[in-house]
Design a protein around this ligand. Structure first.
Ligand code: AMP
Ligand code: ZN
Length: 144
């Protein structure tokens, strides 16, 4: 636990939250400043800053929770869809890993979010980006 971390305090029940789900490793609660009403956050109870810092087992548990909360938001709020977002470092306001699970309705658009999109110059550049990521994956999987 990080003493100053607000999400650690929520996980430890030291500050209140509108909790919708919890198990041994994760807890989900309402975002107090929702993109759309019913916006939930799910976090590992232990403090990790980003998805890269968390152990694989923790990430697996977290994303089982993401699936459950997504289905519950869809069924409970009759949403048309679900937006799932994880900010890591850039755009991350609270430095404790959290997944946003947000209800989306067909008639409620979001602006200034997830665009503008960039364009690749050509096929060669696209191939080059794929190669750089694939080589990094090879290095990471060889390490394990
Ligand atoms: P991010 O920008 O991805 O780091 O998102 C952090 C989110 O945490 C924001 O959407 C905030 O509204 C939300 N938030 C901050 N404090 C609390 C709190 N005490 N309870 C619930 N949500 C919070
Ligand atoms: Zn924390």
């Amino acid at each position: 636990m990080d003493n100053e971390c607000i999400f650690c305090k929520i996980a430890e029940k030291k500050i209140p939250s509108y909790t919708v789900f919890e198990d041994d490793e994760s807890i989900a609660f309402l975002d107090i400043n929702p993109l759309f009403k019913g916006d939930c956050l799910i976090i590992p109870k232990k403090h990790y800053e980003t998805i890269i810092d968390a152990p694989d087992k923790t990430v697996r548990n977290l994303f089982s929770g993401v699936k459950l909360v997504s289905e519950a938001v869809k069924n409970g709020l009759k949403s048309d869809g679900i937006l799932i977002v994880v900010n890591n470092k850039v755009g991350q306001e609270i430095p404790h890993l959290h997944v946003h699970v947000t209800p989306r309705m067909k008639d409620k658009k979001i602006r200034g979010f997830l665009w503008p999109r960039e364009k690749y110059d050509d096929e060669k550049e696209m191939q080059e980006y794929a190669s750089r990521i694939k080589s990094a994956i090879d290095s990471l999987t060889l390490k394990k």
